[in-house]
Structure formats: structure tokens, C-alpha cells
Design a protein around this ligand. Structure first.
Ligand code: TRP
Length: 450
């Protein structure tokens, strides 16, 4: 057995780091654009159901595995099922994190550019169309997109090479609430724009005629993406945890926060989209066009915009740390002597893999894989295939390889988890989660996504 691991410096540290991993581009950037392309309200409702009935139980499962074993994911699965192939769940998670971070960092780069611009140029009194053009110009410049992606990766590497991110925990305590407050300001402005109600309706009133087989798979992928599930990162994070923390309570808080920020993001974006006469189907650039336009119609909008971009960058970085941490922890097996080198080597490889994604909205815009740009194809593979597959395997693994009583004991530590709730969790993870994921896959295969 290897040496004792670092532990979180405070009780709050773990929850902040886990929430930091969860809250990021998933809720703020991805959800609005995927919901926009998938018909709005019906998508959002299914996403919520998946988040509560599949995401929450799975988050608790990952936490339980991590704290029980006190080891990063690959080792954790090895300990629980020695001599089997189950530790490949951990390896799949590492590969998924690697791919995911490569395009996540490209969007991180766009935020870096917008943040820098918000300081040097402000936003002026531009309208939606100008912001649309500006976005197009910005990311279609190959060198700028690659340089920004590199800057984002370097920031991520610099923090991860230093070990479990102590300073970050402390800063999160201020940054996260500040992000919520700014979001509330945008929501208030957005829903009071002329014609905003159409957008509120689009986002909150389900229209089931817009649903396709693929929508359901996308909602599933989105639920796992925004909770950082399926790659065992939450196993790794909770392995640094002492036994006096309530796992069920932590899981509920993180899911609650993620849902809350998802709703804020939707209410910030869609009313404005309709009010400005934009299309909700804009795709990945959506928030980069809508948000600056909203800010430009708020008094002191330029100042708020700088603050918002800084906070969004922070939220994005805390998610990126978790992704690189996942890769680095599995390469180094928590040997501190290897951490620095591993962070640089893995981080730079991820940067290289991200280059074609960075070019996907510019010079490589016409290079298509199954009809998708490199960026979109990789995102599809990660979010809608690899994450659900990882989640499926974790849901099969836990009840199969850990005794029911041991699971209950672990969840009870630091909390008074009722047996009846535990039984509900057990049924959800053992039956509902695997069946739902399989059905979503099968449905997509049969309908061909239509
Ligand atoms: N959850 C993060 C977000 O919503 C992204 C993320 C971080 C992630 N780590 C992950 C997604 C692990 C899946 C798996 O922005």
C-alpha cells in the first residue's frame, strides 16, 4: 500500500474543490447552447430529471468509492476488485479527462481572449450582430486561438504541479458567491428586456414535439458533464477526504448548486437571445455573442463585463484543474516527486491534442468527421459516449464489488444517512442508472439520432 495522501486542509476545502470541478463551462456555456439546439424546455426538463435521479446517486457512488479506499481512481478500483479488469474504469476516466480537457481548454482560451479584450477595449455600445462578427473574427484567427488555448493550459499546469490546490480552495470561497451575484444581475437585465418572455418560455416550458432520440442522449451527457461524473474524478477528490464529512450532504449540495447555476445561465441567455432576435441554435459561440450584448445594455456594463469574465475564467480553471489532476494523479500514483514533471508532460500533450479543436472554427472549419468539426466530434465522443459509458460501468461496479453493508457504513460516516434513503440510492444505482443509460444508447442507435 502506498503512502498516506494529502488531506484537504479544511472541511470546506473538499466541497469547494468538488463544486469547483462541477461548476464551470458545463452549466454556463454548454447547457445553454445544447439546450438551444435541442428545443429548449423539454431538453432542460429531461436534463433536470437525469441530474437528480442519475447524477446525484452516481456522485454519491464516486464519493463513497474514493473515501473508502483513500486512493486515486485507478488504484481504488484495483483495491476493491484485485486481479480483475475493473480498474480499466479508472483508465477510461483518465483517457476521457485527457480528451475532454483538450477542447475544454480551447473554450477556456476564448474566455482568456474575452477577458483581455474586456479590459483593453470594454464593450462599447455594440449590438448583437457586431458581437457575432467579432466572435467569428476572434476565433477564426489560428494563432490567436492557439495562443489563448496555450495560455489557459499553462495556467492549469502551474496550479496542478503544486499539489492539491490549497490556495484555490480559499479563493473559491469568494469567487463562487461573486459569480452567483453577477449572474443574478444579468438574469434581472435579461428577463426585463423587451420580448424576453418568449425566451423564458422557450427555456422553461417543455415542448415535447421537439424531442429526438439524440436529445435524450445529449441531456444524459450534459447531466454527467456538468457534475463531472463518469471519469471517476470525484473518486480521486474524495480520496483526500477524512471520515468526518457527510458524503450524502456534500453530494446534495453540489447537485443543488449545479442546478441553480444552470437555471441562472438559461435565464441569463434565452430571454436575451429572443429579445435581440438571435437564434438559440447558434452552437458553441452562443454565450460569447449573447452575454456581451446583454452587458452592453446595462449601466456600467463594461465594468460588470470585466468582472464577469474574470469570474467565468476562474470557474473554468477550477474545472480544468480537476481534469488535469485526474490525469496527473493516475500517472504519479500520488508520488509527490513525480507530480511536477507529470503535470507538464500531460498538460502539454493535452495542449497539442487541443490544437485541431482550436482551429475548428477557423481554418479547419471544413474538415468534418461524421459531419462534425473536430471540436464537435470530440465533444460528442466524450460527452455522449465516453462519459455515459464510464457512468454505466461505475454503476455496475459499486453494487457488484462492494458489499451492501460496507457501502452503507461508508456513507454513514460523518452523517446520519437513513436506511430508507440508502435503499433508494441502492435501487437507483443498481437498476435505474444502468437501464436508463443503456436505453438512451439503444434509442439513439435505433432512431439514428432523429
Ligand atoms: N463539470 C465541469 C463543467 O461543467 C467540467 C468537468 C470537470 C468535467 N471535470 C470533469 C466533466 C470530469 C466531466 C468529467 O464545466
Amino acid at each position: 500500500m502506498s503512502q498516506k495522501q494529502d488531506q484537504w486542509t479544511s472541511k470546506l476545502g473538499f466541497i469547494l474543490a468538488a463544486a469547483g470541478s462541477a461548476i464551470g463551462l458545463g452549466a454556463i456555456w454548454k447547457l445553454p447552447y445544447v439546450a438551444g439546439m435541442s428545443g429548449g424546455g423539454a431538453f432542460f426538463l429531461i436534463f433536470l430529471l437525469f441530474t437528480i435521479f442519475l447524477g446525484l446517486p452516481l456522485l454519491l457512488t464516486e464519493f463513497t468509492i474514493g473515501r473508502k479506499t483513500q486512493h486515486e481512481a485507478v488504484t481504488a478500483y484495483r483495491m476493491l476488485a484485485p486481479g480483475t479488469y475493473w480498474h480499466w474504469i479508472g483508465k477510461l476516466g483518465v483517457a476521457t479527462s485527457f480528451f475532454l480537457l483538450s477542447f475544454y481548454s480551447v473554450v477556456g482560451g476564448w474566455i482568456v481572449i474575452y477577458f483581455a479584450r474586456s479590459i483593453t477595449e470594454g464593450i462599447g455600445g455594440r449590438g448583437a450582430e457586431e458581437f457575432e462578427q467579432l466572435f467569428g473574427q476572434t476565433i477564426s484567427s489560428p494563432w490567436l486561438a492557439i495562443a489563448a488555448h496555450l495560455v489557459f493550459m499553462l495556467m492549469t499546469i502551474l496550479v496542478v504541479q503544486g499539489g492539491v490546490q490549497k490556495g484555490i480552495e480559499r479563493v473559491s470561497k469568494i469567487m463562487m458567491p461573486a459569480l452567483f451575484v453577477l449572474f443574478l444581475i444579468i438574469v434581472i437585465r435579461s428577463v426585463t428586456l423587451p420580448g424576453a418572455m418568449e425566451g423564458v418560455r422557450f427555456f422553461l416550458v417543455p415542448d415535447f414535439s421537439s424531442l429526438t432520440g439524440q436529445t435524450i442522449l445529449f441531456a444524459l451527457g450534459q447531466a454527467f458533464f456538468s457534475l463531472s461524473l463518469g471519469v471517476s474524478i470525484m473518486v480521486t477528490y474524495s480520496s483526500y477526504l477524512k471520515s468526518n464529512e457527510s458524503l450524502p450532504r456534500s453530494a446534495v449540495s453540489i447537485v443543488g448548486l449545479t442546478i441553480f447555476i444552470s437555471i441562472l445561465a438559461g435565464l441569463a441567455i434565452f430571454p436575451a437571445v429572443f429579445s435581440f432576435g438571435l437564434e438559440p441554435t447558434e452552437g458553441p459561440p452562443l454565450i460569447f455573442i449573447v452575454l456581451p450584448t446583454v452587458f452592453s445594455s446595462i449601466p456600467f456594463g463594461s465594468v460588470f463585463f470585466v468582472a464577469f469574465m474574470a469570474l467565468l475564467l476562474f470557474a473554468t480553471l477550477t474545472s480544468a484543474f480537476s481534469l488535469l489532476e485526474m490525469v496527473v494523479a493516475s500517472v504519479t500514483k500520488n508520488d509527490p516527486a513525480k507530480r511536477k514533471k507529470a503535470a507538464w508532460v500531460c498538460g502539454l500533450l493535452i495542449f497539442v491534442l487541443g490544437i485541431p479543436s482550436a482551429l475548428s472554427y477557423g481554418v479547419m472549419g471544413d474538415v468534418l468527421f461524421f459531419g462534425l468539426t473536430f471540436f464537435d466530434a470530440l465533444d460528442f465522443l466524450v460527452s455522449n459516449v465516453m462519459l455515459p459509458l464510464g457512468a454505466l460501468l461505475i454503476a455496475i461496479f459499486a453494487p457488484l464489488k462492494i458489499k451492501k453493508d460496507e457501502l452503507y457504513d461508508e456513507m454513514q460516516k460523518g452523517s446520519a444517512f437513513k436506511r430508507s434513503l440508502f435503499n433508494t440510492w441502492y435501487v437507483l444505482v443498481k437498476y435505474v442508472v444502468p437501464i436508463a443509460i443503456l436505453l438512451a444508447f439503444i434509442n439513439t442507435l435505433i432512431t439514428g439520432g432523429v
